[in-house]
Design a protein around this ligand. Structure first.
Ligand SMILES: CC(C)(C)c1cc(CCc2ccccn2)cc(-c2ccc(S(=O)(=O)CCO)cc2)c1
Length: 240
């Protein structure tokens, strides 16, 4: 809960990530590397101690599912294997609060790199209407994933531990607007998504391999994930 020792960091990083996600893409520093329909993916070249870190920023918009539905399925441990294809194991080490979990993820090995794992807290929250970050959206939700420590998951060298900061910001607009009291259909849901990721692979991996994997995996992931949520929620009442 709010008294958890990690809470100040969780709150600060989530706010910082929200404003980072909502900054316009500046063509000067961000390089468009993939575009498919409404999805645009940008990257920056960044290396830390010779390791490719390459921050990523993706924007997408879909019809048929709400911001809450998108954010909830991105955050929920119960459905992770249904859309995340790079995973071998997912463990929830800690339930920090109702909306914040501590995940330990073992990723499939990607030849020729060593197998990697990720230990991170994952926090989901609705951004209140009053918050200027909400602007004119019907509802705004964010999921923030940030690498953390945990006594039960020491970085024991069996795996290379990646260091990640991820945010997934979703805003739903009712388009076209419907009159008060009229029911909203799923076709009226226009949800804008911004996905930001900074992942330090944590140990030696050829820049060429990482950049190839990265350029191939990320567009697939965002398309696959959004389609999964649209299909899964199609015949259910809208959850705002
Ligand atoms: C490619 C790179 C960016 C460095 C990378 C490498 C690996 C480790 C697995 C791996 C993949 C490719 C090459 C080497 N190791 C994982 C991730 C990663 C982890 C988590 C998330 S998430 O958005 O939090 C969704 C929940 O899983 C996204 C990306 C990224």
């Amino acid at each position: 809960a709010m008294t958890h020792p990690l809470w100040p960091e969780i709150d600060r990083v989530t706010r910082e990530q929200l404003s980072y996600a909502q900054q316009d893409v500046d063509g000067g520093i961000w390089q468009l590397f993939a575009e498919e329909g409404e999805m645009k993916m940008y990257r920056r070249e960044l290396e830390e101690d010779g390791l490719v870190v390459d921050p990523l920023k993706a924007v997408h918009q879909i019809r048929g599912a709400s911001a809450h539905e998108m954010a909830h399925h991105f955050w929920s441990p119960d459905v992770r294997f249904e859309w995340e294809t790079t995973l071998e194991q997912v463990t929830v080490l800690d339930r920090i609060s109702e909306d914040t979990l501590l995940f330990l993820q073992l990723h499939k090995r990607v030849w020729p790199t060593a197998q990697r794992d990720a230990l991170f807290w994952s926090h989901i929250r609705e951004i209140p209407k009053s918050d200027p970050a909400n602007c004119d959206a019907h509802d705004t939700w964010i999921v923030c994933n940030k690498s953390s420590e945990h006594p039960d998951a020491p970085n024991d060298g069996k795996c290379v531990r990646v260091d990640l900061t991820i945010c997934f910001v979703c805003q739903t607009f009712i388009d076209p607007p419907v009159a008060e009291g009229e029911s909203v259909s799923r076709d009226n849901l226009l949800t804008k998504i911004t996905y930001c990721s900074v992942v330090n692979p944590g140990g030696w991996a050829p820049a060429s391999v990482l950049r190839t994997v990265y350029k191939r995996e990320y567009p697939k992931f965002l398309k696959r994930f959004t389609q999964y949520v649209i299909d899964k929620t199609a015949d259910q009442p809208i959850a705002f």
